[in-house]
Design a protein around this ligand. Structure first.
Ligand code: HEC
Length: 121
């Protein structure tokens, strides 16, 4: 009986960890990005400044880490909305955390927020 309850304990702990593996968006992402790109990165088909791209799209996935950082920190190549968060009081380490979160969403290792299977890509 004792063995049985040990096994049960392990199953419960593993189950709990499984849930904890989904990464929540870092506070800096929630504060500076989620209003446009949404918590799960899916973006918006339309907004006051036009379409907000899906952060999991092929184009953004294929950016190198340096390009991704440059896009977020300095708005390299942006037309609709210049992301220059490095000049807007967001620290480099916060931006690195955001970058890590974007990569996690892209790899599918998180969605912190369930993604609708029929959401437009
Ligand atoms: C006011 C709305 C808004 C906010 C806030 C915002 N974005 Fe964007 N984002 C956009 C729009 C619009 C584009 C398309 C840019 C363009 O083409 O000019 C975009 C593009 C991007 C891209 C694609 C870059 C590329 O070179 O193709 C990335 C990555 C990105 N945003 C990440 C972020 C992150 C991370 C944050 C928070 C630090 C953020 N954005 C905050 C609206 C926003």
């Amino acid at each position: 009986m004792k063995q049985y309850s040990n096994a049960l304990f392990i199953v419960v702990v593993l189950g709990y960890c499984g849930v904890a593996f989904a990464i929540d968006p870092p506070p800096a992402y929630v504060k500076h990005c989620a209003s446009c790109h949404t918590a799960d990165g899916s973006g918006r088909a339309s907004s006051a400044i036009g379409k907000i791209p899906d952060l999991r799209s092929k184009t953004i996935v294929s950016l190198s880490d340096q390009e991704l950082f440059g896009a977020i920190a300095r708005g390299n190549g942006h037309q609709a909305y210049a992301h220059s968060f490095l000049n807007q009081g967001v620290s480099e380490s916060e931006l690195r955390g955001i970058e890590k979160y974007v990569r996690a969403i892209q790899s599918g290792s998180t969605p912190a927020v369930p993604v609708k299977p029929n959401s437009p890509r």
